[in-house]
Design a protein around this ligand. Structure first.
Ligand code: C5P
Length: 222
């Protein structure tokens, strides 16, 4: 049986969060950014002095991670030990660390519990890397959103500069490519397109066009 959920997976910088947020408004479903949970887990593990290479320490610490997610008026907040870390986790270095810690099964299991709890409670638009393949294999609709590494790096560089952060295009591009490799090649829940997912390459599409195609897909499945 299908559950009322839309899974949006894809590589870093493909525009998943922008699209997922817009589509969730139109559907009246809540938007869940699962990358934020991995980022929060990474932040906490780093603060505990644990390295992404230390599997034993990660396995011991991950089940005890106190992660929480709250969504009010469509805005998601992520908490670690009751502390709101929603701003802090957006740093590039935390994104990098999240990708490294996300290779560990213990971390994935911890996050999986939260992801499934939310999706069981209400209709969701959930974005991530393994939502269609592992987290919600019975989601009503699945999309694999991608774009060329050039386009993704260009968008990410512009976004960083807009926020007042200095960003070098070549460096951003290298980081994105490295994160893709790591996410695609890990043993547990690697980034890949689910068989029943619609593949959308947003390189030459506008946000409105991507949004329209996804809404059409959900309506066709409903
Ligand atoms: O999407 P975002 O850049 O916030 O994700 C940070 C990292 O968290 C990703 O590079 C990926 O390694 C990991 N992640 C994951 N599974 C998800 C969401 C994110 O492994 N569902």
């Amino acid at each position: 049986d299908k559950i009322k959920a839309l899974a949006i997976d894809g590589p870093a910088g493909a525009g998943k969060s922008t699209i997922a947020r817009a589509v969730s408004h139109k559907l009246g479903w809540i938007y869940v950014d699962t990358g934020a949970l991995f980022r929060a887990a990474a932040l906490s593990l780093l603060e505990q002095g644990i390295s992404p290479e230390d599997s034993a320490a990660i396995s011991a610490a991950a089940p005890k991670l106190r992660l929480d997610l709250s969504i009010a008026d469509g805005v998601q907040h992520v908490f670690v030990d009751g502390r709101d870390v929603s701003g802090e986790i957006r740093r590039e270095e935390i994104g990098k660390a999240a990708s490294a810690f996300a290779r560990e099964d213990a971390v994935r299991q911890r996050v999986l519990v939260i992801e499934r709890e939310i999706a069981a409670r209400e209709p969701v638009v959930m974005d991530g890397r393994d939502i269609g393949t592992v987290v919600l294999p019975n989601a009503l609709a699945k999309v694999f959103l991608t774009a060329s590494v050039e386009v993704r790096a260009k968008r990410r560089t512009a976004e960083l500069r807009e926020k007042g952060t200095e960003a070098d295009f070549e460096e951003v591009k290298r980081d994105i490519a490295a994160r893709d490799e790591q996410d695609k090649n890990r043993a547990v829940a690697p980034l890949r397109q689910a068989e029943d997912a619609l593949l959308l390459d947003s390189s030459a599409l506008t946000i409105a066009e991507v949004e329209q195609r996804i809404l059409a897909l959900v309506r066709e499945k409903e």
